[in-house]
Design a protein around this ligand. Structure first.
Ligand code: ADP
Ligand code: MG
Length: 346
């Protein structure tokens, strides 16, 4: 039997590293948190610079509202957020973030530099941390209005985590998929990616329908755009827009299924089931539908506080959402039914 160990509060850095275990799995999770912060700050241009699959460097620069000098240290403190202040606000939160955990978590497992400038200031301010340091006093820096977060040497001080990092190519692949999802969620934002100083995905903000389809083609391929139906319905206080592929563009895996709920790309079993069922009569059994769908729901009707990384949501009235998706997508697909393969005979 082991000797009695007294109960002690955990050190702050360890608390942050434990929290990092939930939200910072790999470079792509850092990119997700930082780009979401840029979106929450109202940016419409985001630059992502990466080195070695994000392992050596992730730099996200935005033209959002910035963080004032006296708030920089708070931005790196745990459970400090500008996005909510009450349970009531949590229950109808519209921002992507609200937990106040991403920056302190990332800072606890990397070397982080935060540079930011608000419009009212003449220049920017910068703070740097080295995994364990208390953020020092902000130093003056040069930077246009907006924010740059640089994350170097991810997991340098947590070898247990570091050894789960995969090859650069693999980590880059995860980042690319993540950026594709964010780029699909926010057509009004231009995104420019560079990896090892070479240009990667570059998408301009799309202001009209043609530009949107051009951007969609760039993100998901022209085939999808050419072989899909547009959906645009509003009913029962819900709105559904987007593209659903014709049965001729069906896939052998569920690799092209994007559901964006209130600006957040989510996975939801119930919703994907409803969509799949809408395709039932027009798709062979072993094929998967492809779609990019945007659903707007009253924020009070969705709970986004289900998982730290917020990949999932919970609908207060799941039945309503299910029926809405099923009914309207089936209607849209009915127009292409004549050539229906499996369903009609089954
Ligand atoms: P959360 O996003 O949940 O609030 P974070 O730890 O991600 O928590 O960020 C903490 C705070 O820092 C945010 O609430 C926001 O006020 C500020 N912040 C972070 N990133 C940016 C950014 N790119 N632009 C402006 N403010 C930012
Ligand atoms: Mg955040």
């Amino acid at each position: 039997m082991s000797a009695y160990r007294p109960i002690r509060p955990l050190p702050e850095q360890l608390i942050n590293q434990i929290a990092a275990g939930e939200v910072v799995e790999r470079p792509a999770s850092v990119v997700k948190e930082l780009v979401e912060n840029s979106l929450d700050a109202g940016a419409d241009r985001i630059d992502v610079d990466l080195e070695t699959g994000g392992k050596r460097l992730i730099r996200i620069r935005d033209n959002g509202q910035g963080i004032p000098r006296e708030q920089l240290a708070l931005a790196l403190s745990r459970h400090a957020t500008s996005k909510i202040g009450s349970l009531d606000e949590l229950e109808r939160v519209g921002s992507l973030g609200f937990r106040g955990e991403a920056l302190p978590s990332i800072a606890s497992v990397s070397r982080l530099r935060l540079t930011s400038r608000v419009r009212a200031d003449e220049h920017a301010w910068q703070v740097e941390t080295d995994g364990d340091e208390v953020p020092p006093e902000p130093a003056p820096a040069a930077h246009p209005e907006g924010t740059t977060v640089e994350v170097r040497d991810l997991f340098f001080n947590t070898p247990g985590r570091r050894k789960f990092l995969k090859a650069d190519r693999t980590e880059l692949g995860h980042i690319q998929e993540l950026i594709r999802r964010l780029a699909l969620a926010r057509f009004d934002v231009s995104i420019h990616v560079r990896h090892n100083d070479k240009p990667g995905l570059q998408v301009a903000a799309a202001r009209d329908q043609d530009a949107a389809e051009e951007r969609l083609a760039r993100l998901l391929g022209r085939g999808f755009v050419e072989q899909s139906l547009r959906v645009d319905v509003e009913a029962a206080g819900l709105a559904l827009r987007g593209w659903v592929a014709l049965p001729t563009f069906s896939r052998t895996t569920a690799d092209l299924q994007y559901l964006v709920v209130n600006g957040r790309v989510v996975r939801d079993r119930m919703a994907s089931h409803a969509i799949r069922r809408a395709y039932q009569d027009v798709l062979y059994k072993d094929r998967y539908p492809a779609y990019v769908l945007y659903m707007d729901v009253d924020p009070g009707q969705v709970d986004v506080n289900v998982h730290p990384a917020k990949h999932e949501v919970r609908f207060r009235d799941g039945r309503l959402i299910y029926d809405f998706l099923f009914r309207h997508l089936r209607q849209a697909l009915e127009s292409v039914r004549p050539e229906a393969p499996g369903g009609a005979a089954a």
